[in-house]
Write a protein that binds this ligand. Structure first.
Ligand SMILES: [Zn+2]
Length: 148
């Protein structure tokens, strides 16, 4: 019996259902064909974030950042590195709080960078401030249920 994992396409925002055993097989979005969990950090908009936050079964770590924020820019390579390490069992994405100021308010974010971890359709943990790649990875592995 296949267990399906819900995963929002970070490109088009459609919620896909991926069989658990196909998570590592490079699944693509059934609507737009975009790779779902290839270890690349994708930019989200508030609509995609809202959908992913309340649907995704696969752990999703979102970096709330802005271009004017020095520590945010410094953390970007570490965030990308952690995304590669955690793929295909968790996804990392970012949202630009300068473009979308309301998302900070809606999520009670007082300072950036802020990381929010979602799994099984809800927020499970958050972390404030810039941290190195191994700490990002440990945070996801410790707080979420990550397959491997
Ligand atoms: Zn798609």
């Amino acid at each position: 019996m296949a267990r399906f994992l819900k995963m929002t396409c970070l490109n088009c925002g459609i919620v896909n259902r991926v069989p658990g055993e196909k998570i590592g097989a490079g699944p693509k979005c059934g609507t737009c064909g975009s790779r779902m969990n290839d270890g690349k950090v994708r930019e989200m908009d508030p609509a995609v974030l809202a959908k992913a936050a309340k649907n995704d079964d696969l752990p999703l770590l979102v970096d709330f950042w802005a271009p004017w924020c020095g520590p945010c820019r410094m953390m970007a390579p570490a965030f990308q590195e952690a995304a590669q390490s955690l793929a295909p069992n968790a996804r990392l994405a970012k949202i630009n709080t300068e473009d979308y100021p309301k998302v900070s308010m809606k999520n009670n974010i007082r300072g950036i960078p802020a990381l929010i971890l979602y799994q099984n359709g809800k927020e499970i943990a958050r972390q404030a401030g810039a941290i190195p790649a191994n700490a990002i990875e440990d945070f996801v592995r410790q707080k979420a249920k990550v397959t491997s």
